[in-house]
Design a protein around this ligand. Structure first.
Ligand code: ASP
Length: 339
């Protein structure tokens, strides 16, 4: 008798791709996954699957598809112990972050995984990834109330993850938060690192405001580029990728450009370009002006989490920028380290 049940949400990505005559990889139907991993047909827990209307290379991921994925999980929430989302690696950290903010009071595991080589290839990393992701999502050993990424033996908090390699099987990293579990002969879960189990029922946020931008600083960036981004029609929020602990040029033109945007109601969020560590405004004089004019510090959030959180909050609280700013500076789903 099968007790635990897992739903696979198949979106595409390398894991299910096949090569065409020219050698390019294209997503293919979920049946091929069962052919490549026949063990899935007779696991000790029940597996069902659903597929996006169009399976995609994750470079084509959109907020509308995040809503589709979230609704597939929402519709089936009570019937399954956990969910595995098969997803391309390129935007997996964005989707994991977005889903984490969409699901409030999540009490079941949602595990995203994929692979660097298609399942059909002999050396594919996909087989191990999918089997471990299913085991974790089944909740048989530990129930993780989080959106996570499982990749190459590590389970990461989704909104802490980032893709760091286009080459290695070990493609993801979580620089500012330890992994939630590690798979060896057994899967070692670090329960004390999980988010607390919620007591309220699941709620799903489905509104995104995409009138946002990411502005990455570099030595030599000029007023034209900064002005073009900050002057984009309808812009509601911008994530600026600053240096080190949140530092930026102190040139008057730069601070004035930010100041004018903030006065027009644009939210400016300070995220560091560094992979590890946090924004600490006023640690250096090079961030004091930004603090003074109302730039929001985002702590040690990843860029993927920052932009998805901004889109989600702007969608959830349209017209209440002060509240959005407050929430951006706080941890909602464990995406920022708080003391
Ligand atoms: N381009 C692929 C995708 O993100 C890469 C992968 O899956 O690894 O869909």
């Amino acid at each position: 008798m099968l007790h635990n049940r897992v739903l696979i949400v198949y979106t595409g990505g390398t894991i299910g791709m096949v090569q065409d005559e020219s050698g390019s990889l294209h997503p293919f139907a979920l049946d091929r996954i069962y052919d490549a991993v026949p063990q899935l047909r007779n696991c000790s827990y029940g597996i069902d699957s659903v597929t996006l209307d169009n399976i995609i290379d994750s470079s084509n991921m959109t907020p509308a598809l995040w809503v589709d994925i979230a609704e597939m999980i929402e519709r089936n929430y009570d019937s399954y112990d956990g969910f595995v989302v098969l997803h391309g690696t390129d935007t997996m950290a964005y989707t994991a972050s977005a889903l984490s903010f969409m699901f409030k009071n999540l009490s079941k595991p949602v595990v995203l995984t994929g692979s660097q080589l298609p399942l059909g290839m002999l050396r594919s990393d996909g087989r191990e990834n999918i089997i471990c992701a299913l085991e974790i999502a089944s909740g048989r050993q530990a129930v993780i109330p989080e959106v996570c990424i499982f990749f190459e033996n590590h389970l990461y908090r989704g909104n802490r993850s980032t893709k760091l390699s286009a080459e290695n099987f070990d493609a993801f990293e979580s620089y500012n938060y330890p992994s939630l579990a590690k798979a060896g002969i057994t899967i070692q879960f670090k329960d004390r690192l999980f988010l607390p189990m919620p007591t309220e029922p699941l709620q799903v946020r489905k509104q995104f405001d995409t009138r946002v931008a990411i502005l990455k600083l570099f030595p030599g960036i000029g007023p034209e580029v900064v002005g073009a981004v900050l002057g984009a029609e309808g812009l509601q929020g911008v994530v600026i990728e600053t240096y080190g602990s949140g530092n930026a040029p102190t040139d008057k033109w730069f601070i004035d450009a930010l100041d004018q945007a903030i006065r027009r109601g644009v939210i400016v969020l300070n995220v560091t370009q560094c992979k590890a560590g946090a924004v600490k405004m006023r640690q250096y004089a090079a961030s004091c002006d930004m603090d003074r004019i109302g730039v929001v510090a985002a702590g040690d959030i990843t860029i993927e989490a920052a932009i998805t959180k901004m889109m989600c909050l702007l969608g959830e609280y349209p017209g209440d920028k002060e509240h959005v700013k407050l929430r951006l500076s706080q941890s909602l789903r464990g995406e920022i380290t708080t003391q």
